[in-house]
Write a protein that binds this ligand. Structure first.
Ligand code: AMP
Ligand code: MG
Length: 390
């Protein structure tokens, strides 16, 4: 049995980044950049008007003759005298002579002239060339997550393709004779299978949209056979159940017989003790406990950071939060506890239903409260550490 921190460190030490690929910016949401991106242009590429109004050379004068027009998309570089202005619109090219734009609401316009009622400061309403970014500057460093705004920014610079880390192929293998798919009739002694959809959803929150799902009965031969091809075809294998010490738990044996190297088995924590982590070639194997709350807890603690690491994030662990405890907690187990909890701006409440089989309160929790193995008691009002969850 190993400590939580050691388990996390072993996983990190055995995690390799995915290979990279070049993809279209329009399809890059949720990917992480493998290389820094350099801007090919100044943005804006020319001095742009930020308003609908009139461009002119700033002075104490209020009266100007209107001698031209510049619409967005035009390139009319009208020569201006100190007594002249041009009509201009948002996004349009500001003539090289002009230094200021007055918004049309601040002007009294006649047929061919204007009177500026409210004089703007010099340089107002002109977006300087390269204001957002200059040519050859870094747009994004490597390991940046691509967001909707990021996609917009890259497109605004004319960048159509970027190099990102590939997403891993993830398989979920569910074990258990007792499991029935939701939607089917529930016979006596059976339960509905819930871990696969739960883990799939948890994967979606970190950008893994597709998984391959498999099911086997509690049978060594069948488990071994299923794992043979699953291990070959995937980068990450998540297994649910069958990893404890019961007579019908065959997952560990099936993994070892398939040549998976054991990196640890069993962690000094509650819930989630019976977990196996191993690897075969480049494939990482997480055999998670069958109990639903244990399975999801260990997903958040171990699988989520491992996947974030593989797909290129630089920050793989969520920032923990500190809150004031609303009640007392006793820990006589000598194990690290992960308690379903709900925090607000100042306090945290430990929820009912901490059993490893129960999801009823996990479903409304926003965090796991961490009680380290060497802490026997937290008093009401003490500050405690939480891992926020999605
Ligand atoms: P195991 O780790 O296989 O001994 O399973 C521990 C508990 O979790 C048992 O009560 C199982 O019925 C339950 N369980 C295992 N797999 C699932 C699953 N996929 N969905 C819901 N419950 C499960
Ligand atoms: Mg089982």
């Amino acid at each position: 049995m190993i400590k939580v921190e050691d388990a996390i460190a072993i996983i990190e030490a055995n995690s390799k980044k995915m290979p990279t690929k070049v993809i279209s910016v329009s399809k890059s949401l949720g990917y992480v950049l493998a290389k820094k991106v350099i801007s090919p242009i100044d943005m804006p590429p020319f001095r742009q008007s930020a308003m609908d109004g009139y461009a002119f050379i700033h002075s104490i004068r209020h009266q100007y003759d209107v001698v031209g027009i510049s619409q967005a998309g035009d390139h009319s570089n009208t020569k201006l005298k100190s007594t002249e202005a041009i009509r201009i619109f948002t996004g349009a090219y500001v003539p090289d002579d002009a230094d200021t734009v007055v918004m049309q609401e601040h002007v009294m316009a006649n047929k061919d002239s204007i009177l500026i009622a409210t004089m703007p400061e010099k340089l107002s309403n002109v977006r300087p060339k390269g204001e957002q970014i200059a040519k050859d500057e870094v747009v994004f460093e490597a390991n940046t997550l691509i967001t909707p705004a990021g996609i917009g920014f890259l497109a605004s610079l004319g960048i159509a393709e970027i190099e990102v880390y590939k997403k891993p192929k993830v398989a979920i293998l569910v074990t258990g004779n007792e499991l029935v798919q939701p939607g089917k009739k529930l016979k006596k002694g059976k339960i509905f299978e819930s871990n696969s959809v739960m883990l799939q959803a948890a994967l979606q929150t970190i950008g893994i949209q597709k998984t391959k799902n498999y099911r086997v009965k509690d049978n060594l031969k069948a488990t071994k056979k299923a794992l043979k091809s699953i291990l070959k075809e995937n980068d990450i294998v998540l297994i649910s159940g069958g990893i404890s010490v019961g007579d019908y738990d065959f997952v560990k044996e099936a993994l070892l017989q398939n040549g998976v190297k054991e990196l640890f088995y069993k962690i000094n924590q509650k819930p989630g003790k019976p977990m196996f982590f191993g690897s075969k070639d480049e494939t990482m194997v997480f055999a998670l406990p069958g109990n639903p709350a244990s399975s999801l807890t260990n997903f958040y603690i171990y699988v989520q950071p491992a996947i974030k690491n593989k797909v290129g994030f630089s920050e793989i662990h969520k920032t923990k939060v500190i809150r004031k405890l609303n009640s007392e907690i006793k820990n006589s187990t000598g194990k690290t506890l992960f308690l379903k909890a709900k925090y607000d701006e100042t306090n945290v409440t430990v929820l009912d239903g901490q059993s490893s089989a129960m999801l009823n309160t996990f479903a409304v929790a926003n965090s796991l409260l961490i009680v380290p193995e060497n802490v026997e008691e937290y008093k009401k009002g003490e500050l405690v550490t939480l891992l926020p969850i999605d």
